[in-house]
Design a protein around this ligand. Structure first.
Ligand code: ADP
Length: 204
């Protein structure tokens, strides 16, 4: 369960601790974020975010994994939503997933190019997903590395955008979110996030 995933502060306090026992204190930003490497579909959170395509009808990568794990009812609900524009987000139930909801957001197709449009669209994905969390009073969320797979957004700038946008949103909305899990799948992303989070979330 979520209790087993340490917050960034806990992890840095007790890197040798393996059972994820609760460490009290803090209350800063680093208590609200976690870095997790693995499959997003196993996470018991209020919502997982899906890096969907504009049809919302499923695809490869994390999208395919989420639809497979959630079952065909997810497809049926998505089918009723009439797609989603780049940078926007729509919410559905989680069905057979341990997560209660899925927030589907459509990242920019970057194909290696990072210009203002790609940057703004990826920023909007994180912002609009978190705005939906707030709107539905949901407290725990996991994000995959949106756009960095099939859509070809370079990993390093994508991580920068993800971390900065989430950090700013939490600062602007204190008390609205309990935990944001950055769910990386690849070792390269794990290394990039670890390095950047050490700099950005130092209040441990
Ligand atoms: P996009 O089309 O937005 O680029 P992809 O699904 O191709 O989305 O890739 C986004 C990220 O999701 C990549 O880092 C990919 O390795 C990762 N990924 C793939 N499967 C999973 C999964 N089951 N859980 C979490 N992340 C995943």
């Amino acid at each position: 369960s979520l209790d087993k995933i340490l917050t960034w502060r806990e992890k840095n306090r007790c890197d040798d601790q393996e059972d994820g026992k609760e460490v009290t204190g803090g209350g800063g930003l680093s208590d609200k974020v976690s870095l997790y490497k693995g499959d997003i579909t196993v996470l018991e959170v209020d919502a997982i975010v899906n890096a969907a395509n504009s049809s919302l009808l499923g695809g490869g990568g994390v999208d395919g994994c989420i639809h497979k794990a959630a079952g065909s009812c997810l497809y049926d609900e998505c089918h009723s939503l009439n797609g989603c524009e780049t940078g926007k987000a729509k919410i559905t139930c989680g069905y057979d997933l341990p997560a209660r909801y899925v927030i589907h957001t459509v990242g920019p197709v970057a194909r290696g190019h990072v210009g203002p449009t790609e940057t703004n669209d990826l920023t909007s994905c994180y912002q609009n997903s978190l705005d939906l969390m707030k709107e539905h009073d949901l407290k725990t969320v996991a994000f995959p590395c949106i756009s960095t797979g099939i859509y070809g957004f370079p990993n390093e700038p994508a991580a920068d955008i993800a971390l900065k946008t989430v950090k700013r949103w939490i600062e602007d909305n204190p008390d609205k979110i309990k935990r944001v899990i950055f769910c990386v799948f690849l070792e390269t992303d794990f290394a990039i996030y670890k390095k950047k989070m050490s700099v950005m979330f130092q209040d441990n």
